[in-house]
Design a protein around this ligand. Structure first.
Ligand SMILES: [Zn+2]
Length: 61
């Protein structure tokens, strides 16, 4: 996996598929991992990899 792809992970709403970007309000459902596996890094990357579901504001209302 190249660096470019690594940083271009898109975060999308699980319901409507809208691409979420900076400034958007989101609701994320996460399973809290064990301390040893606690994800660190860019928020969007972590969310796209570890969240069970991510919703845009519209879909979470
Ligand atoms: Zn949505």
């Amino acid at each position: 996996m190249g660096l470019k792809n690594f940083f271009n992970t898109e975060l999308k709403c699980s319901i409507c598929g809208k691409t979420l970007k900076s400034g958007d309000e989101i609701t994320a459902y996460l399973t809290l991992p064990s301390v040893k596996k606690m994800p660190v890094g860019r928020m969007d990357k972590v969310l796209s990899k570890h969240s069970d579901k991510v919703c845009c504001k519209k879909c979470s209302e």
